[in-house]
Design a protein around this ligand. Structure first.
Ligand code: IYR
Length: 222
């Protein structure tokens, strides 16, 4: 017998196959509209929407339920500018020196380059940090399990929640992005995982004409 408390799974209600087919199709119809956007409006987003989306992300499963994540919501103009400057510096290195031709060729359809005006224009940046270990108030280290997987799942839920709320996002991963620890004052046990740009699209926003793979290309049955 476990010494730990278990409670009934009280809010589960089984749905009929027809109802599940309908709901899974409705969800697919919603999520297939999501596009990564690089042209943002500066219109502010209600804080409660961001809070709710991060609440949703915080429900993600995680290794031993240790929840090895931290979310920093940036809306301060000066901090956004600092992040843009630091990210563009790294990106310039990437596009002009570090990236092999094969990588640049793969990126060509997206039309990206080292200029990241959206980091200042968009109302919110959410910097997601992954804890490689946790720190107790007395300074002891607590090992985390499957941090990368856990934080990846939380980010997937966050991106989905943002889309569901009616906003757009951009998954931005300047590499390396250690500058985020310094600018945002995060401790050494946290590694920047993703910088998510969040807001409304610019009125004339365009997205690349790219497609997702068909079901038969990504599925198999045994
Ligand atoms: N971090 C760079 C390059 C980049 C890399 C990948 I993989 C992308 O899917 C998109 C961009 C940038 O943000 O421009």
């Amino acid at each position: 017998m476990s010494d730990y408390k278990f409670i009934p799974l009280s809010n589960y209600k089984e749905s009929s196959p027809d109802e599940m087919i309908k709901r899974s199709k409705e969800f697919y119809d919603l999520i297939k509209q999501r596009r990564t956007v690089r042209e943002f409006s500066d219109k502010p987003v209600p804080k409660e929407v961001i809070n709710n989306c991060i609440r949703a992300a915080g429900t993600a499963p995680s290794g031993a339920n240790l929840q090895p994540w931290h979310f920093v919501v940036v809306s301060d103009t000066k901090i956004k500018k600092q992040i843009r400057t630091a990210a563009e510096e790294e990106e310039k290195e990437f596009y002009t020196k570090r990236a092999p031709k094969e990588w640049l060729d793969a990126l060509a359809p997206l039309g990206t380059d080292e200029n990241k005006p959206f980091l200042e224009k968009a109302p919110n940046l959410i910097a997601i940090f992954s804890k490689s270990y946790d720190l107790l108030p007395d300074g002891r280290k607590v090992k985390q399990y499957y941090s990368q997987e856990s934080v990846g799942i939380a980010c997937g839920i966050l991106i989905t929640a943002i889309h569901n709320a009616g906003l757009v996002s951009l998954t931005h991963t300047p590499s390396p992005m250690n500058f985020l620890n310094q600018i945002l004052g995060r401790p050494v046990n946290e590694r920047p995982f993703l910088l998510l740009v969040v807001g409304y699209p610019a009125e004339d926003a365009k997205v690349p004409d790219i497609k997702k793979k068909k079901l038969k290309e990504i599925i198999s049955f045994r």
